[in-house]
Write a protein that binds this ligand. Structure first.
Ligand SMILES: Cc1cc2nc3c(=O)[nH]c(=O)nc-3n(C[C@H](O)[C@H](O)[C@H](O)COP(=O)(O)OP(=O)(O)OC[C@H]3O[C@@H](n4cnc5c(N)ncnc54)[C@H](O)[C@@H]3O)c2cc1C
Length: 481
């Protein structure tokens, strides 16, 4: 519980309209898109500048109150929720663009800027922001940095960390830091790299300098239809073995196609075992030659149908099916668990077979929608919470899916991050010494453990929850060069 004095001080910093403290208001912030995990903050602060963020963090530091950063709340890891209460710092009012520097191909924005809006803002001038999580129409760039988000086109262009040149950050010690610069070369320790993917456990990102890329001359989108996910996965391996770097290689299986067609109607053939959405971009002449080669590979891997989008409207519709899938899952099931694991690409067919066998053993339907080119799997385990025992079976299957992927040389998370959801799973991938070192790094940024407690490394003894408070520090002067 926060005292009236604390709330008054919060309102002084961010203005009365920038504080949400009513029970119904706080409830709106009790979870992210993984609605399984719930925890409403004691208050929400909506700052409008980095200085305000700094003041809020220092206030919380003084009182020993947890701080939970939040962007758009589209995370699926139980990240932007407050299991221990405290103050949630929402960046939704921090939406300024400070600079668009096309000569140096970069832009500097506040963390609340929505991913797709940045591309919309520079598209007419021939540029785009490459990281494109499927939630890009709503997720924030600050959230993308915090989770090191990926997306369909990250196969060719790389994930968020590859597109962040610099960050302005308020650390858990209340310091304001400027990390990185306009130059690609990073001098000294790569603290920008440390911050990206740290899920709000080290500090709050208050400005981001991102790379902008030239829009490609041409884009070609191909839908290839297969009788099984295994055939589609073998095709992915063959395309990559042929030396073709597609912009995106996305796969949906039969249940996923069914959901998309019933919910969206993207023109995927109902009843097909799998579809591959293949996108090529680059110089026109190059992608024409690559498209011919891809059609050949798809045919030799038993594609039942190959369709090339004839215009932008058809291309957009094909992508609407893929990117809008999450909204269509309700056509398949009342409840679902989403797994985010990754396997080496060559193991995709084997992984799909193993995951299907696990879900069959638990008598549950699993749907697959995944970034096939990266080996990043998103099995969706369908269950009905009202049927006794189904939730438990779904959770068991979810855990087994993850372990199967790790046994194949994969990783705990492909792109969504760790949050509370996978914190315990880190031990499947890292040894005690590795985790202890990460905890010590966390203490450097956040000496008292106030930043997003319970996430990423929650139960580690070195995690700092019992450390005594350090005195708040004043903001140092500094700037990006
Ligand atoms: C339909 C759907 C599709 C998705 N597709 C993809 C996909 O293709 N690829 C992918 O990677 N993810 C995907 N996601 C997950 C999610 O959208 C991404 O993780 C996204 O980057 C989260 O951004 P956000 O602004 O919503 O962050 P939030 O959910 O608000 O926060 C996520 C985490 O970042 C922290 N955080 C937020 N802002 C800051 C900040 N300014 N400073 C420090 N920490 C901060 C929070 O504390 C939390 O731990 C998808 C989600 C949905 C619902």
């Amino acid at each position: 519980m926060l005292t009236p004095e604390f709330l008054r001080e919060l309102a002084r910093i961010v203005g009365p309209a920038g504080v949400v403290a009513t029970p119904e208001g706080r409830l709106t912030y009790e979870c992210d898109m993984h609605t399984f995990y719930k925890g409403a903050p004691d208050a929400v602060a909506l700052p409008t500048s980095a200085e305000q963020v700094g003041e809020v963090v220092r206030l919380c530091l003084r009182e020993g109150i947890p701080v939970v950063p939040r962007g758009s709340g589209t995370g699926v890891i139980g990240g932007a929720m407050a299991p221990r209460g405290g103050v949630m710092v929402s960046t939704t009012r921090m939406t300024r663009t400070f600079e668009v520097d096309l000569l140096n191909r970069c832009a500097t924005v506040e963390p609340g800027v929505i991913n797709l809006q940045l591309t919309h803002a520079v598209k007419d001038r021939g540029y785009f922001f490459a990281p494109d999580p499927s939630s890009q129409m709503v997720c924030s760039i600050g959230g993308n940095c915090a989770t090191n988000a990926g997306g369909p086109h990250c196969l060719k262009y790389g994930i968020t960390v590859n597109h962040v040149l610099g960050l302005q950050v308020v650390t858990g010690a209340g310091e304001l830091l400027w990390l990185g610069s306009k130059a690609r070369e990073r001098v000294g320790y790569d603290l920008t790299g440390v911050m990206v993917g740290s899920e709000g456990t080290l500090g709050i990102v208050t400005a981001v300098r991102v790379r902008l890329l030239h829009l490609p001359e041409a884009v070609k989108t191909i839908l290839a239809v297969f009788s099984s996910v295994e055939d589609a996965s073998e095709t992915v391996s063959a395309i990559i073995a042929a030396g073709i770097i597609a912009a995106a290689l996305e796969c949906l299986d039969e249940p996923a196609i069914r959901a998309v067609e019933e919910g969206i109607g993207a023109g995927y053939p109902k009843g097909a075992g799998a579809v591959l959405l293949i996108e090529l971009d680059g110089p026109r002449a190059e992608i024409e030659a690559q498209a011919e080669k891809i059609v050949e590979i798809c045919r030799s891997h038993l594609a039942l149908e190959i369709r090339v989008a004839q215009d932008e409207a058809e291309r957009e519709l094909l992508w609407k099916g893929r990117k809008g899938f999450a909204g269509a899952i309700g056509r398949l099931t009342r409840n679902w668990l989403l797994q985010d694991a990754v396997v080496p690409r060559s193991k995709l067919p084997q992984a799909i077979r193993a995951l299907n066998a696990i879900s069959a053993r638990h008598r549950l339907l699993v749907a697959h929608v995944f970034h096939a080119g990266d080996g990043n799997l998103h099995p969706i385990i369908c269950y009905d919470a009202e049927q006794p025992g189904e939730l438990e079976r779904a959770m068991q299957a979810n855990e087994e899916l993850l372990r199967a992927c790790i046994a194949m040389g994969g990783s705990v998370t492909g792109e969504h991050g760790v949050g509370v959801d996978k914190a315990a799973n880190l031990r499947l991938q890292y040894g005690e010494a590795d985790l202890a070192f990460m905890a010590r790094l966390r203490q450097v940024f956040d000496p008292t453990g106030i930043m997003n407690p319970g996430k990423l490394l929650p139960s580690h003894p070195a995690c700092g929850e019992t450390l005594s408070a350090v005195p708040p520090q004043s903001l140092p002067q500094g700037a990006w060069v």
